[in-house]
Write a protein that binds this ligand. Sequence first.
Ligand code: ZN
Length: 437
Amino acid sequence: MDVTELLSALIRFDTSNYGGGRSAGERDCAEWIADLLREAGWEPQLWHRDDAPDRVSVSLRVPGTEPDLPGLLVHAHTDVVPVETDDWSVPPFEGIIRDGYVWGRGANDMLDTVAVLLHTLLRWGRDGTRPRRDVLFLFVADEEDAGQWGAHWLVDEHPELFAGLEVAIGESGAVCELLPTADGGLARVYTINAGERGTQHIRLTAQGTSGHGSRPSGDDAVHRVLHALVRIADHEWPLTMSNVVQGHYQGLSAALGVPIDFDDEASLLRLVDWLGPQAGPLRYILRPSSTPTVLRAGYKVNVVPGLAVAEVDVRCPPGTEDFVHDTLGELVGDQVSYEYITRGAPLEAPTEGPFWDAMVASILAHDPQAVVIGGCMGGGTDNKAFARLGMDTYGFTPAPADPEGRVAAGYHGVDERVPVASLRGATQMMHDFLHTV
Ligand SMILES: [Zn+2]
């Protein structure tokens, strides 16, 4: 099967993940993947929690020809975020191929990579190609929520699956971007994500005495939680440059010919402004961030509620995890209690060594004009789970630009689509990487 047909078939499984354990389920998709692999001569394994038979992940460990080499994990999630069908110009779960794109939910997050990896495995099954080192392929459930039915559960309950693996590669990274250079040209930049900001999602709870709205205490639950939120939202977090963030800025500065000076924050922001909407997370990886996102209190305008709850999305660049934790405690203060909803450490992996070199080489082999840099993500991925096992982790799903100018779109939005040319190129780059690493 051609990689576009594989992606199209994958999109036809509705694996919508609504969060909090509510999901259309990944079982049908996982069984289809496993059946394909069995037909190609492989023996995949299926995994799910006892209490969630529909949340199925698939693993396949391919033995390397040089088994003493440290092993590699390659993971891609099979769940997708929900759709609001009415806003789409095509049906989101039909996998339509039209105008040089494959359309549908998951087309670039990240059923495209599932298709690319399947394509490699089917080819290896047919022609007997084997990687040098052991490679564990993992098609995992529940990335679009907290990974409790997928990556984090597998790491907690089946760490033996990952024995001997030193490096993990997963989503978000190394997709070609055409970025404007200072001399009026376009650089072909591939950013392999070697870092992720950490996640500290917290819930604030304020207690007070409920009563009549006409008799304010001046210190009720809503008032308390608002004061804490204003301190958190207004806090000016300091600039924090870890190696991976510095490397990201240096790499872009050199590629684009836009000078920066790490002692002059304005010069860093000029680089961000230069890129405009193409700057992605660049502005946010310079420092921690704390964004109130949920507020709950009260039910009637003349009743003072006894309880107010808020949730805050806090992110911390590499090297700032403890500092951010301590500062949050001070900002929350002693009138409000708080707890962690999720906590994931920031990640930072080396931008050198044999794995790095193989990633770079697989891109250059197909795009000799490519500029490959290491970068840091603003948010997190399933790599947070695998890093807990001590693996170095990268966002590496290489894909070239479409020569006719189409670009992938609709990530977590409407009309999600991926250019066929990028998908085909991705298949070659990934195959090369897996074969030579
Ligand atoms: Zn994703």
